[in-house]
Write a protein that binds this ligand. Sequence first.
Ligand code: SF4
Length: 131
Amino acid sequence: MFDPDDLDPAPFEEDQEPQEPALPQMLPAPQPVPAPPDAAAHEEFLALLEVLMAAGCLIPCLAAEDRTPWLADGRHASAAAARACQDCPALTECAAYALAAQEPSGVWGGMTLTDRTATRSRSITRKVAAA
Ligand code: SF4
């Protein structure tokens, strides 16, 4: 049963400064980051990048001040990122991961989404022809 003596008097003490009303929420609530298509393979790939970076290797997409070109699917931005990928020590593993996981956007392993789609199509065509 409710007993007013149980209330904590601290919030109502008279010597406290009046509280400013809370500002209205101006920003939308953060949305959860979608999980990568293959979370286990993604974790494994990230672990490889950590090993390479710990060994002093430069990973272009992580070292870049502006990572936008790797996130974009626009032809010019993604072409610049794909060129920068050619110097990456994880190029082969990155491409293999992105193809296997069917990453839906961005540049991975020097390949744009268009490149990956074409590579998958050729691979499927070869498998069908060989069957
Ligand atoms: S190959 Fe992969 S890890 Fe390397 S720079 Fe390109 S996107 Fe980044």
